[in-house]
Design a binder for this molecule. Sequence first.
Ligand code: SF4
Length: 223
Amino acid sequence: MVKKEITSAAKLKKELEEAKAELVSRNKKLKLSVKTEAKKKVDKKKEETKKKVEAKKKVEEAKKKEEEAKKKEEEAKITQEEIWEEQLTEEEIIGFQIDKTDMDKLVNRITEMIAGYETKGILQNILWRKLKLSSRDGSRLALKLEKLGNITREKILENGRWTYLLLIKKIPISTKSIENAPCLVCPVEGKCSTDGETSPKTCVYIEDWVLTELKTKKRHETN
Ligand code: SF4
């Protein structure tokens, strides 16, 4: 009886061990399967990301090529100003006139405006817009100003298009700056000299005038 019970317990133990081994084996297979599936998903995602990056790169390369082609095309273009320089004589460029316009006054005004931008200069299209001039008249004026020696023009590519940066070379002398000077109507002007008894160093009129001019200039600058 005891022997039979021992045999039955051993059999049960063996069955339990077999069941346990089966469970471990299944668990391993399941883990492996989950791991493989997860890896597949990661690989798929990686592949998709890679494809997206490549596609983006191709689009960017195509865009870059297109931009370079446009740039080369623009660089090869001759500007209207270059055509005029080729076709017109120096006299024709300097003699440029705009209908019903005081050209001397306009030339002085534009030169003074360009001088205001000092060494930075100003793009001609921006200046013509401020002055409400057509681009044709503006470009002819810039050529005229350059030939007169007032400015220099620098050809530059701006937003993929040729334009010119206008830089001051010579500031025009304006009589406006001295038109209210007291010396012009001074009764003792003949006796006035820097070392004399009557001198600009001690003259109250000239002092008042300089102070007024400075105040006016400051007011213009802040407006
Ligand atoms: S500096 Fe004075 S005194 Fe001399 S000329 Fe001018 S206004 Fe006359």
